[in-house]
Design a protein around this ligand. Sequence first.
Ligand SMILES: *[C@@H]1O[C@H](CO)[C@@H](O)[C@H](O)[C@H]1NC(C)=O
Ligand SMILES: *[C@@H]1O[C@H](CO)[C@@H](O)[C@H](O)[C@H]1NC(C)=O
Ligand SMILES: *[C@@H]1O[C@H](CO)[C@@H](O)[C@H](O)[C@H]1NC(C)=O
Ligand SMILES: *[C@@H]1O[C@H](CO)[C@@H](O)[C@H](O)[C@H]1NC(C)=O
Length: 412
Amino acid sequence: MATLKKLSVIAIVISMSLFLLVNADVYFEERFDDGWEDRWVKSDWKKSENMSGEWNHTAGKWSGDPLDKGIQTTQDLKYYAISAEFPEFNNKDKTLVFQFSVKHEQKLNCGGGYMKLINGTINQQVFDSDTPYSIMFGPDICGENNKKVHVILSRNGKNNQIKKEISYTIDQLTHLYTLIIRPDATYNILIDNEQKQSGSLYSDWDILPPRQIRDPDAKKPEDWEDREFIADEKDSKPEGYDNIPSEIPDQNASKPEDWNTEEKGEWKAPLIPNPEYKGPWKQKKIRNPNYKGKWKAPMIDNPEFVDDPDIYVYPNLRYVGIELWQVRAGTLFDNILICDDPEYAKKVAEETWGEIKYAEKAEFEKAEKLKKEEENKLGTPLNDDDEEELDYEEPDWEAKLKEDDEGKHDEL
Ligand SMILES: *[C@@H]1O[C@H](CO)[C@@H](O)[C@H](O)[C@H]1NC(C)=O
Ligand SMILES: *[C@@H]1O[C@H](CO)[C@@H](O)[C@H](O)[C@H]1NC(C)=O
Ligand SMILES: *[C@@H]1O[C@H](CO)[C@@H](O)[C@H](O)[C@H]1NC(C)=O
Ligand SMILES: *[C@@H]1O[C@H](CO)[C@@H](O)[C@H](O)[C@H]1NC(C)=O
């Protein structure tokens, strides 16, 4: 009897936790356990040019759990494209959460670490950088001047980059990226479960024209005072001011004893700056009591703004893809989650990235220490692939986005 009671208690606990789980709609979740290859299609992009890189199913050189594998780029100076399909869904009236972890084991100098959500129907076998997408999210680095976390939201064929900066750390450890888009058109961006950016889809992207603009027909009123300082009319030039010479003869100088007046003329004391002289007179400036600040045209409703309450909606999301160029390979993706519940995503994050982060850091520090010891023994730096100089050209992302918008699809 007691056993039966215990069992029913366990059953209740289990059904409660199941209830918690099914509370979230999970559209896609990938932890890259065995069998992952059945779910992912490697694209033939760049294969004919021998420029298509190989993925390694691994936990990497250092990890918090060697059995917790992801997929890692392995070859320098290669292109990578891989995607997985899930049952199509529409995020209307729902929150959309897109989360994944990425570790750049190489010292990343130029390469992507972002992922894409793709809508409609595509041929995964030829998925590439030109395949239209709905959302592109994650870090991308190429040289010192191109470092950012992309959050590109595509709308009617136009790719809109977020206008705010997202601060992040570049190191050789795993970081978790989370994008949350809500039906009230607000969003949050989290890195390692910490909020890095938030706001509105209306103002932080140019998806729609702005709601309000400065009235282009407004004119500055004639009597608008935009001079912050004016001359003090009460201040007048002291009498005799202009008669003060800038230089005076040096009183301390004396005529040299051997001065030859016949040859050199009458001796004159050399001139020195006059301490009384204060430069040309300037009237004092005072604060303008009528100063109104810099004039700006008043805001008016933008006639070009047409609200779209579905600004956050992606009606037919169906694939998640990784499409990258990497100068130095070694980027490892894992723990992809697409769902409608930020709390569930947070829980998954804590159970995956949160569980391994300290152990991974310890492993990384151990590896660095071993490398240092080895180098000290040899007396020379180890031949480290990560330090190898590889030539590459820094891309122009703005130009690339523009090209995409114009329907031209040249490679970077
Ligand atoms: C392809 O590239 C690899 C190096 O990435 C090289 O070893 C191999 O010989 C190349 N194959 C062809 C057919 O060019
Ligand atoms: C895969 O990763 C493991 C761990 O870093 C490494 O030992 C192995 O050589 C890699 N394999 C390939 C093909 O790169
Ligand atoms: C993807 O969605 C957009 C709207 O967000 C739509 O314009 C486009 O046609 C869709 N693409 C496909 C392939 O269905
Ligand atoms: C003249 O010399 C004295 C003593 O050295 C000094 O205090 C004074 O400032 C000098 N005057 C000028 C005009 O240089």
